[in-house]
Design a protein around this ligand. Structure first.
Ligand SMILES: Nc1ncnc2c1ncn2[C@@H]1O[C@H](COP(=O)(O)OP(=O)(O)O)[C@@H](O)[C@H]1O
Ligand SMILES: [Mg+2]
Length: 366
């Protein structure tokens, strides 16, 4: 399998992380340490290298640069390995620039691998917030479909412009809206179809993944809730023409794919309304690992899987199930926990590498 895994990582001036080199296993890497010591920071560094942005919302260079000492740049240096082939990859950031180098050559856009991040809050957010669900679909679909990412960007720009025209109103508004709506409807039709296809693809993997992890038979399914499902661009354009007066009055676009939602069902019932919190967490984890299988199906390679402190969300048996599942997989995993009991389960994995982080320092180097 064509699968680039991070072999070495050294961070300089990144949050509280010390300069030491992390020497990772291509399989499971367990990261231990009490709260506030740097476990999530380490995952963030890997995510930043592979996905070109942080998973922390609204974080920027000024939050990421080490606050102690007058440092003026962050450097993340890494080595990736794939079938014994090695490449070096580094990232240099200042408050002005962000540069990436592959084998010491300037690299504009490519990264060696992608990574998927799983954290303790996402399950709750996914089940309770339609905005979060929409963002989840958009970011995960963008990672496997570059055209989607581009069209989504253009749609968002067109929508901002549409709303500013609606906000200003005036005589020329109607003519301007006709021109924008041609674009908006083209993008909307494309995006809706891509979301439908993505959800259909994901659905093939969710139920079997739940069974593979938790050894229980349940039917899990996502469904897109969109007014424009299966509409073509012409029909969407006509719809917006009809909406014009309402939208002008409201000074905003009231209906559209920016309001799309997804419904997650568990044995035919709405997972949020009918499942226990534990089941919701299991369902969400199955969704993420289904996505990872879909990623593999599309690219014949796995992303790097970063699992941050999810142990607190699961009972002991389910945690054991999850670890056993990870042991059967070929992807590289970085898994953190601050929980002593869950740590014991991870210590048991014979061919995993263990790291202990205290105050940003690597106490037990692998
Ligand atoms: N820019 C920064 N410079 C130095 N320390 C930072 C910076 N940003 C966050 N930290 C420190 O990192 C620690 C949190 O690290 P984190 O990885 O979230 O901990 P955990 O091990 O619980 O996952 C906190 O002590 C915080 O003060
Ligand atoms: Mg953390």
């Amino acid at each position: 399998m064509n699968c680039w895994k991070v072999k070495k990582l050294q961070a300089q001036n990144f949050r509280n992380l010390d300069k030491m080199i992390f020497d990772f296993s291509p399989g499971i890497n367990c990261i231990f340490g009490q709260n506030g010591n740097g476990k999530t920071n380490l995952l963030e560094a890997i995510y930043l290298i592979t996905n070109k942005k942080s998973f922390r919302k609204n974080t920027s260079y000024s939050q990421m640069i080490n606050i102690e000492g007058g440092n003026s740049e962050i450097i993340l240096q890494s080595v990736f390995e794939n079938n014994q082939e090695l490449i070096s990859y580094s990232l240099r950031m200042t408050d002005q620039i962000e540069e990436r180098y592959l084998n010491n050559q300037f690299e504009k856009s490519k990264t060696p691998s992608a990574s998927v991040f799983i954290n303790p809050f996402d399950s709750y957010n996914f089940h309770t917030s339609s905005t979060f669900r929409r963002q989840w679909i958009d970011s995960h679909l963008s990672l496997i479909n570059k055209e989607y990412k581009q069209v989504l960007g253009r749609f968002q720009k067109a929508m901002r412009f549409r709303n500013s025209v609606l906000g200003l109103g005036g005589k020329s508004a109607s003519i301007q809206l006709q021109a924008i709506d041609e674009q908006v409807s083209e993008y909307s039709a494309f995006i809706t179809q891509a979301r439908l296809d993505f959800i259909k693809d994901l659905n093939q993997f969710i139920t079997p993944t739940f069974k593979a992890i938790f050894s229980e038979d349940h039917q899990l399914e996502l469904e897109l809730d969109s007014i424009f499902s299966l509409w073509d661009a012409k029909k969407i354009y006509d719809f917006y023409r009809h909406q014009e007066i309402t939208d002008l009055k409201a000074q905003m676009t009231k209906i559209g794919i920016h309001r799309d939602d997804t419904i997650f069902s568990f044995d035919g019932l709405n997972a949020f309304e009918f499942c226990s919190l534990g089941q919701q967490k299991m369902a969400f984890l199955s969704l993420i690992f289904a996505y990872i299988e879909l990623f593999r199906y599309k690219f014949t390679s796995y992303p790097i899987v970063l699992i941050d402190d999810v142990s607190g969300e699961l009972d002991g048996q389910r945690w054991k199930n999850l670890i056993q599942y990870l042991e059967t997989k070929q992807f590289q995993v970085m898994i953190t926990t601050a929980n002593e009991n869950f740590r014991k389960e991870l210590e048991r994995i014979s061919n995993s590498r263990k790291f202990l982080i205290e105050n940003g320092l690597l106490i037990n180097p692998g």
